[in-house]
Design a protein around this ligand. Sequence first.
Ligand SMILES: O=C(O)c1ccccc1NCC(=O)[C@H](O)[C@H](O)COP(=O)(O)O
Length: 263
Amino acid sequence: MRHILETIKLHKLQEVEQRKQNTSEEQLKNGVLFKRSTISLVDKIRQANTPHIIAEFKRQSPSKGIIRNNADIVSITAGYQAQGASAVSVLNDTKFFGAKANDFITAREQLSIPLLQKDFIVDKYQITEAKAMGADLILLIAKMLPTDVLKRLAAYAHQIGLEVLLETHNEKEIKDHLTTEFDLIGINNRDLNTFRVDIANSIALSQLLPKSAIKVAESGLDDPQVVTKLYQEGFNAFLIGEYFMKASDPTLKLKETRQKIVI
Ligand SMILES: O=C(O)c1ccccc1NCC(=O)[C@H](O)[C@H](O)COP(=O)(O)O
């Protein structure tokens, strides 16, 4: 069976080609938000040695199906900011994650903290789009693209003022990118072949990174004690989606989680 990322990649390539027909990159660059100054998550993390939560807004996922399809982007993302998220991540993919067309821009309109545009980037055009919709940082996934392409895309993102979170999941992906310039290194706790979450694997992989790297634990985090453990092991930030989104009150769940993390 085809890997989920391969399926997503094939779909993205088609989707992006279609969007290019409707809006040129030059048109995107003329948008108001393309010119805005971005807000740095890296600075925020370097300034405060504390567990930084990147709270994610996601309606559904390939591993869990529908999580909260009719979620209100305004109240949830505003609540995340009010409850101390260091950044908010908004899924921007419709086919696999159920994003609605205006989710990202609506979040941008009301947030003053860094906003991660969470998509599956296979083309420079999507990075221009991300900037044009008001992103501060983007995600690149090591498994999806060759190293030289990832480096080129990261360089372009930096050129237009975006920070880059590189997602990794195994030793090779980490070692291949050790010397390259990504701003934050994510380690996905979830194996996307099996959807199994393995925190011990993430801790072992994090030891391969230099102390100075900003390490982000991603996926499957549903216990403040586990976040505490990962923080003690050197992770700086925690990308949490489903745990908040499936709670009866996502922003209250973020508040409780932050209170329960021991530092
Ligand atoms: O979440 C999935 O099922 C998934 C499947 C295939 C590719 C990516 C996937 N997730 C994207 C993410 O990065 C997560 O939304 C993010 O790490 C938050 O994870 P969680 O806290 O488990 O919602």
